[in-house]
Design a protein around this ligand. Sequence first.
Ligand code: PAP
Length: 347
Amino acid sequence: MDTSRSSKAEIVSLIQNEEKSLDDEVQQLEQTLPKEEGWTSGSEKSLYLYQGFWCLARDLKSVISLQKHFQAFDSDVFVATSPKCGTTWLKALTFSTLCRTQYARDEHPLLNSTPHQLVRFLEFDVYLNNPFPDLENICVYKPRIFATHIPYASLPTSIKDSKCKIVYICRNPMDMLISLWNFMGKLRDQIQDPPMSLDEAFDKFYRGIYLSGPFYEHVLGYWKASQENPDKTLFLKYEDLKEDISCQLKKLAMFLGVPFTEDEEKQGVVEEIAKICSFRELKEVQVNKKGLSRFGTPHKDFFRKGQVGDWSNYLTPSMVERLEKLIHEKLDGSGLTFKLSSKTSMA
Ligand code: PAP
């Protein structure tokens, strides 16, 4: 008997069975979960409320699949975010900090790969249409770094229980909303959907209906995890990075267990990483200017303005008032505050 053949056949049948059972599970969920209209008519047409967060039908399967099968290593690092809160930036910074000794200083991988290619999303990329991805060979650099928009409560148990590290970045919700609305506007344009009004986007965001929303539950889940176990989860803020990137980079390196040495500091390594990961530099790299990501969005759309306080150019006074009230209600007593502009902050 040809064992290599039979084991290959067994593997294929295992994958097929798993695919079938996932398809059945997702089909059932689609009929029972609360459902809302998404942000575009394409793959984002419907959102489903799964375990308390809004998820695209396309991603339900990969989320369930990775919840069941993903095995974290103690050495893994996870970049966790809500959409439009600084994912691209934190992917670039985490990769450049952790892997800095694995390439020559003038051959930085960010010159030829996008941050999303170097640090891949678990649910939109690695596990998309593949319940058993080849994780051994997926990350060229070590340790493995993955990204996710999944809320803390719904992370695979092995991520929560192992000694791996989680870095989270949040952003003030007003800038996040404007960033999301602009991003989805480009996506709508691309598939010839008519523009979505800011009123409609505001209403959806206010009700928490967007991929991985609601916002406050997402942020508070990771905030609490970071308070309870600061060695495992590092909680960063986009606005703090904007204010003092060197200080935040050193904090990140220390947390990841790879602090910058005195020599590195003298040689300007911190400033070099900050520079190559900066909005201005990344936006101009050819690989970020053309082509589509694995999840179908143009690379260039991940770089818009990269500013704090851009919301003031869009939101009406009544929108600001409603959001401020909601921020107060949701964050009251948590100890978490947001900077709304380079000057103003609120709890
Ligand atoms: P994602 O969660 O969908 O992957 P994410 O990277 O969080 O996207 O969002 C993009 C936002 O980060 C954009 O914000 P804006 O719309 O307000 O401009 C984008 O400009 C900003 N951004 C991307 N790269 C950087 C960077 N290197 N530094 C600062 N901001 C950045």
